[in-house]
Design a protein around this ligand. Structure first.
Ligand SMILES: *Cc1c(COP(=O)(O)O)cnc(C)c1O
Length: 373
């Protein structure tokens, strides 16, 4: 059954990333192309400096995508073949894939009520092969890094962050991506800071490690002499994408504010719907500053709700096509993670982006309320 006003609210409106910024982007395209500045040029260096500055860290290194960023971070950060790396099972396959391609073994752990890694279970998964913990700063929320750092310190483990969804989010005032040895940011178009294609960055505090990353992403070449100083790969953030991103970054504080305001409206309007469980509210907490990469709810009769929203013109998404890491039995995972199993039967992401209006948000809430009436 449809409500009276027909609408079309896609989960993410890809063409509008361009349309809403057309004039500026075309100007940048023309300017950068005219200079012939396509690979490793000043636009990339400027963006890297501005990104590091924004995240309150020393260095940022632009690479092809966040999956490469993770793999590079792990390799240059000292992860060795056979090492085990503890991750949340509620993350993208990229988190686990990067560990595999670094020669190590991903160990998925169950999740807590906040959709993030269950801190108490981390310790239970530590053994003599464990080398690192790599939490995912999921849905735009930074994990309780005090707890993770405490465990890492006690067991002498390294910390990396999959911060692909976390840019600008904070825990106790410290930015996602700056807690561990190195971390990854994604500029996939639908990410909070998205470009017009693939893109990613590594955030690093240590100067020596930064030098290694700069050379590793460019075949292991020394940027000054061109000498090959070690084996590397080719994973450079396109100079053009960096120029676009530098433009988008200037407006990023408004993006964060807008997403937080949409979240406020969702909390306000859906608070009394018993069949829906909202992500834990960060507002009353001084610990978490969330940037809402996604607004992931838990819903009673999720599949029926998803269909009902679709019939009413509202696009939704079940994260990772409904599969947690440990569900990929074909890839060799054999963990039994019951909380995540139950969780994944219920989770649904409703629209959360710069392209939806307040009116859209109220409409989405009304449709959800109608469904459970
Ligand atoms: C998007 C995402 C990635 C991968 O980012 P790419 O830039 O597409 O490689 C990795 N981890 C998480 C949690 C993500 O959301």
């Amino acid at each position: 059954m449809k409500t009276s006003i027909a609408r079309n609210i896609p989960f993410f409106d890809y063409p509008r990333l361009y349309q809403d910024n057309k004039e500026s982007l075309l100007k940048i395209f023309n300017e950068v192309s005219s200079r012939g500045s396509f690979i490793l040029q000043e636009d990339l260096r400027n963006f890297e400096a501005n990104l590091a500055n924004f995240s309150n860290t020393n260095f940022a290194v632009g690479v092809g995508n966040a999956t490469d960023a993770l793999q590079i971070a792990l390799k240059i950060g000292g992860i060795r073949p056979g090492d085990e790396v503890i991750i949340s099972t509620h993350t993208m396959i990229a988190t686990a894939g990067a560990i595999i391609h670094a020669g190590a073994v991903p160990v998925p752990v169950d999740i807590g009520e906040d959709h993030l890694i269950d801190y108490d279970l981390i310790e239970k998964n530590i053994n003599s092969k464990t080398a690192a913990i790599m939490p995912t700063q999921l849905n735009g929320r930074t994990c309780n890094m005090d707890k993770i750092k405490d465990i890492a310190d006690r067991y002498n483990l390294k910390v990396f962050e999959d911060s692909a969804q976390g840019l600008g989010s904070k825990f106790k005032g410290t930015n996602a991506g700056t807690f561990g040895i190195a971390s990854a940011i994604s500029f996939y178009p639908a990410k909070n800071l998205g470009c017009l294609g693939d893109g990613g960055a590594i955030l690093i505090n240590d100067k020596d490690l930064y030098d290694v990353a700069i050379s590793y992403r460019d075949h292991g070449r020394d940027p000054n002499t061109g000498d090959v100083i070690s084996w590397g790969i080719n994973s450079r953030l396109d100079n053009m994408q960096a120029a676009f991103l530098d433009y988008f970054l200037q407006n990023y504080h408004n993006v964060i504010n807008r997403r937080r305001s949409i979240a406020d409206t969702y909390y306000e309007c859906l608070n009394n719907v018993d069949e829906v469980k909202l992500p834990p509210i960060p507002k009353n907490s001084t610990e978490h500053f969330d940037v809402f990469q996604n607004f992931e709810i838990r819903a009673f009769e999720r599949d029926k709700l998803k269909n009902y929203l679709y019939e009413n013109g509202i696009g939704t998404l079940i994260q990772w096509s409904g599969k947690a890491i440990h569900h990929h039995k074909n890839l060799g995972f054999n963990q039994d993670l019951i909380k995540a199993d139950q969780f994944f039967d219920q989770i649904l992401m409703i629209p959360m982006n710069m392209f939806i209006s307040d009116d859209d948000v109220y409409y989405i809430c009304d449709v959800i309320k109608n469904f459970y009436k």
